[in-house]
Design a protein around this ligand. Structure first.
Ligand code: GLN
Length: 189
C-alpha cells in the first residue's frame, strides 16, 4: 500500500531542492531510484536536470513503465523542466526516451542561448502570482485533448495540467514560495 510519502525521482538533477520545498509544506519526501521505491510513494515529482539522461536511466531500471502504470491508476505526477519534457507525448526534433503521457508538444531549450536562464513573475491560474525560475527551459508549443494551460510567459505556455498530470517549464523548488508544491499536494485529495 502506498503511504502518503511524496516521491522525487532521484536519478539525476535538482531533487534535493524539491525535498526541501516539500518538507516546508509539511509533506514527507522519499527519493525514488527503483520500482520498489516508487511503490512507497503516493505521488511523484520528476525534477529538472538533463532529460535525455534521466530518460535513459529511467528506462534502464524499468521505472518508465512503472510510472506510466501508476499514473494511469491516478497517481499525481509533476514534472519540472526536464520532467516536463519527459512527460510530453511530443518532443520537437527529438527521439529521446520519455514517458509520452501528457497531451502536449514541448520544445527543449526553447528560450534560446542569449536567455539561458532568467526569472520572471508569472500569473498562475488558480494560484496567483509566482516567481518563475527558468534554466535552459522548454516551453509548450501545443496542447490538445483536455490539457489545461495554467501559465504563460510572454505568450509561451509554461505550465499545464491534465487531470493528475502537472508540468512546469520553470523551477518552483528554487524559490522560497511553496504555493505550487501546495497545489500539487492538493492533487492527492
Ligand atoms: N534543457 C534541459 C533538457 O532539455 C532541461 C533543463 C532543466 O531541467 N533545467 O533536458
Amino acid at each position: 500500500m502506498a503511504g502518503r510519502k511524496i516521491g522525487i525521482l532521484a536519478l539525476q538533477g535538482a531533487f534535493l531542492e524539491h525535498e526541501r520545498s516539500l518538507r516546508r509544506c509539511g509533506a514527507e519526501p522519499i527519493e525514488v531510484r527503483t520500482v520498489k521505491d516508487l511503490e512507497q510513494a503516493a505521488a511523484l515529482i520528476i525534477p529538472g536536470g538533463e532529460s535525455t539522461t534521466i530518460g535513459k536511466i529511467m528506462q534502464r531500471f524499468g521505472l518508465d513503465e512503472a510510472i506510466v502504470s501508476r499514473t494511469k491508476q491516478g497517481m499525481p505526477l509533476w514534472g519540472t523542466c526536464a520532467g516536463m519534457i519527459l512527460m510530453a507525448k511530443e518532443i520537437a526534433d527529438s527521439e529521446q526516451p520519455g514517458l509520452r503521457l501528457m497531451d502536449i508538444r514541448v520544445r527543449r531549450n526553447a528560450f534560446g542561448r542569449q536567455v539561458d536562464s532568467f526569472e520572471a513573475d508569472l500569473e498562475v491560474e488558480g494560484i496567483g502570482q509566482c516567481r518563475g525560475v527558468f534554466i535552459r527551459a522548454p516551453y509548450v508549443e501545443r496542447v490538445w485533448a483536455d490539457t489545461r494551460i495554467l501559465a504563460y510567459y510572454q505568450e509561451k505556455i509554461v505550465m499545464v495540467q491534465q487531470g493528475n498530470l502537472l508540468a512546469t517549464a520553470f523551477h518552483p523548488e528554487l524559490t522560497e514560495d511553496p504555493s505550487i508544491h501546495r497545489y500539487f499536494l492538493e492533487m492527492l485529495s
